[in-house]
Design a protein around this ligand. Structure first.
Ligand code: GDP
Ligand code: MG
Length: 178
């Protein structure tokens, strides 16, 4: 926090996106930050984070949202990735149950690396693929409830709930610190 600005306090929060490979993490971020979607996206090496602002209580709140840039394929998301994170989106793909089964492991990894309260949301992405759904909404809700997470199904492809999901996490972080 920095109060050098005449207009009041400034907030900058680090948010991480985790989850198995190809669940749509990079596309959720590009949809939120740039309103872009890529059908054939490859793991982008190099792009570490995007910064996005929103207003809460008349204050500018900035979120620095980190993408794994494909590290998760090697099951080795580094501790630097988690360092200082105060929010997390834990993403699975509703059309692949294996990615849902991995959620618990991702949550454990997150817990291991976090030093403070982390606002966490479970995100069932690719809800546009309802015709090949492998994880029910109910199962998603139940898992979220069990671990005390927010829950939302999203689609980076058609934009469903993407903005809402990120903004809910950012608002919760704000509530946690203010
Ligand atoms: P990441 O490995 O978790 O970063 O996943 P990507 O963002 O690279 O996405 C993996 C693949 O899933 C790409 O082919 C995307 O086009 C596709 N994808 C991502 N989000 C969605 C979505 O909401 N709906 C559908 N149908 N495909 C998606
Ligand atoms: Mg990616």
């Amino acid at each position: 926090m920095d109060s050098s600005d005449d207009e009041g306090e400034e907030y900058l929060f680090k948010v991480v996106i985790i989850g198995d490979s190809a669940v749509g993490k990079s596309n959720l971020l590009s949809r939120y930050a740039r309103n872009e979607f890529n059908l054939h996206s490859k793991a982008t090496i190099g792009v570490e984070f995007q910064t996005q602002s929103m207003e809460i209580d008349g204050k500018e709140v900035k979120a620095q949202i980190w993408d794994t840039a494909g590290q998760e394929r090697f099951r080795a998301v580094t501790s630097a990735y988690y360092r200082g994170a105060v929010g997390a989106l834990v993403v699975y793909d509703i059309s692949r149950s294996g990615t849902f089964e991995s959620v618990t492991r991702w949550l454990e990894e997150l817990n291991t690396h976090s030093e403070t309260t982390v606002a966490r949301m479970l995100v069932g992405n690719k809800c546009d693929l309802d015709n090949i759904r492998a994880v029910s909404v109910e199962d998603g809700k139940n898992l979220a409830e069990k671990h005390g997470l927010f829950f939302m199904e999203t689609s980076a492809l058609d934009s469903t709930n993407v903005k809402t999901a990120f903004e809910m996490v950012i608002k919760e972080i704000y509530n946690n610190v203010s």
